[in-house]
Design a protein around this ligand. Structure first.
Ligand code: ZN
Length: 561
């Protein structure tokens, strides 16, 4: 027996030393990664710098430099020989080291989605730009008069006359009919690119290169549908009654233009939540700084590098940005003392803290969020606090009575907003999947089938048009929308885990999330530190004990009365 063991040891040693074991491929991959980072890192740093300058100063050179660098980074991933090399490594199954295998996955998918022949890519980019331009410059009309989107929103949120509402709603959709042919052509070109690398269509390619699978998403969204359809029907019936009364019509007469948003994706104003009074005298920056320091995620360095206040020529919205993969992160805001900006600064700092706290001992390529939706989830987790009555009481020193008042409006609003959003994403996800599976089908009819099924909104009488195509995401951010919902689901899953397993409580009733260092410790250890070391679902399983699922989102936002 001893001799057999000896022989086995010698054989194994020979196997490794002979250069045909996993080690050879792993060494090749390590060398490739080293060379790749040498090319990638300087471009990434310059790109982030140009992006920041463009947003804060708004100079033309920075924007030009930004798109130039974007192209250069993209070109890194277009090399067909390097793609073939990575593909053969992946197929060999010989990359056994976990972290090397993760880096190989990242690289392989980045190359895969960029394997588009130059002429086809050119056609796609041109058509994409054409649609963007049309969209930006098009104005819908009411009785022959051009109207802006903000005028349309004003009508949709205030007008009582059904006919005027219908005209405004139709004006908001006109651009869809104008870009319809180009959009279908773009879908077909994208499908062609996907088929060239062995996929059924572009939707499948996007999902797979985003390290997700159709089966997995179908399972999550089917479950979300099952869990929300009943509560949504109840909320919707209640809303319909209020809306019909406000217009002096019957519930059965309600049509898409009677809701306060062209796609019914936002909560109607009848449940509008105004918490601005509570924040009117607060210093928004100071609140965020104090809050994050209190939970053990200090953001002072991030805030010191950030651009926080309104200025002419500056990007008017907000974002969080990693300047490099060494923890240098910052945010851009246009702060005012309102609830929306409290939510925004908490949200953007969430993104920035994710980058700040990546473990610097991990490989360069894995020092990024596990997925774009997981950084969204961190941002949402903290952003949601601006409407949390316990949090507001602690941070603003409110009375118990004020807390109760907030709880009452806030609970109703959040419930409606979140469940409505889930139903809307079900429309988007299912439509986009079928759009790419067969762009020749009756898409206008399909759109209304899904809207009636998930949002319970009746289609207009008569033939339906391509108003759905006015949703710009179909052209400019294809096959991505579902990730916003996954972010919400994950934020709720962490919420549940913290309340029940970390704090050991039975309910979240008294949880304020203020001043508790366990929160920072948990996120740093389980989420921010590991970055992309684990596949996103593995990270979620490690950090909550379960893979991503919609149960906790529904538990958090459906009231059980
Ligand atoms: Zn975000």
């Amino acid at each position: 027996m001893a001799r057999l063991t000896q022989i086995a040891v010698i054989l194994i040693a020979m196997f490794f030393l002979s250069g045909c074991g996993p080690r050879k491929e792993e060494k090749q991959l390590s060398e490739f990664i080293e060379q790749h980072i040498k090319r990638l890192e300087p471009l990434e740093i310059q790109y982030e710098q140009a992006y920041w300058e463009g947003a804060t100063i708004g100079n033309k050179e920075a924007f030009e430099q930004q798109s130039e660098l974007e192209l250069k980074i993209r070109q890194l991933y277009q090399n067909a020989d390097e793609y073939a090399f990575l593909k053969s490594l992946k197929q060999s199954g010989r990359i056994k080291d976990d972290k090397l295998a993760r880096q190989l996955d990242k690289l392989y998918y980045a190359y895969l989605k960029n394997q588009i022949e130059p002429n086809l890519l050119k056609a796609i980019v041109e058509l994409d730009n054409k649609i963007r331009n049309t969209y930006n410059n098009y104005r819908g009309t009411i009785d022959g008069q051009k109207v802006t989107m903000s005028e349309i929103y004003t009508i949709m949120t205030t007008e009582k006359d059904s006919h005027k509402r219908e005209l405004a709603w139709r004006a908001s959709k006109e651009v869809g009919n104008v870009i319809f042919d180009d959009l279908i052509q773009l879908v077909k070109l994208r499908n062609q690119a996907a088929r060239n690398v062995g996929f059924d269509n572009y939707h499948t390619l996007s999902i797979v290169t985003g390290e997700q699978s159709i089966e997995q998403l179908d399972r999550i969204f089917d479950e979300l549908d099952g869990l929300t359809s009943e509560p949504f029907a109840q909320m919707k019936a209640e809303l319909d009654k209020i809306l019909a009364d406000s217009y002096g019509i019957e519930v059965s007469e309600l049509r898409p233009w009677h809701y306060h948003d062209p796609f019914f994706q936002r909560s109607p104003l009848v449940y509008e939540l105004n918490l601005d009074d509570y924040y009117a005298k607060a210093d928004v920056k100071q609140i965020a700084q104090r809050y994050y320091a209190g939970v053990g995620l200090p953001a002072n360095d991030i805030l010191a590098r950030s651009d926080l206040y309104d200025r002419e020529g500056k990007y008017p919205h907000a974002f969080g940005q990693a300047m490099d993969r060494h923890g240098n992160a910052r945010i851009l805001c246009n702060l005012q003392n309102t609830e929306r900006w409290v939510e925004t600064i908490l949200h953007e700092l969430g993104h920035a803290l994710y980058s700040k706290y990546h473990d610097q001992n991990e490989p360069y390529l894995l020092r990024e969020p596990a997925h774009s939706f997981t950084t969204e989830a961190v941002a949402m987790f903290f952003g949601r606090l601006s409407r949390n009555s316990n949090w507001m009481k602690e941070m603003l020193g409110l009375s118990e009575q004020q807390r109760n008042e907030i709880d009452e409006v806030s609970g109703k609003y959040l419930q409606f907003q979140q469940i409505l959003f889930a139903r809307w994403v079900l429309v988007m996800y299912n439509f986009e999947k079928q759009l790419y599976a067969n762009p020749e089908q009756d898409l206008n009819g399909l759109w209304w089938e899904l809207v009636e099924k998930y949002q319970l909104v009746k289609r207009p009488q008569g033939p339906v048009d391509a108003g759905w195509a006015s949703k710009l995401h179909f052209a400019t951010a294809p096959c991505y929308y579902h990730n916003y919902m996954l972010g919400e689901l994950l934020a709720s899953q962490w919420h549940h885990h913290l309340v029940h397993n970390i704090f050991g409580l039975d309910s979240d009733e008294s949880v304020s999330y203020v001043g508790d260092k366990r929160i920072g410790k948990y996120f740093r250890q389980e989420v921010l530190g590991p970055g992309a070391v684990y596949h996103w679902n593995e990270m979620i399983k490690r950090s909550t004990g379960e893979k991503l699922n919609p149960k906790y989102f529904v538990n958090q936002f459906v009231r059980h009365e």
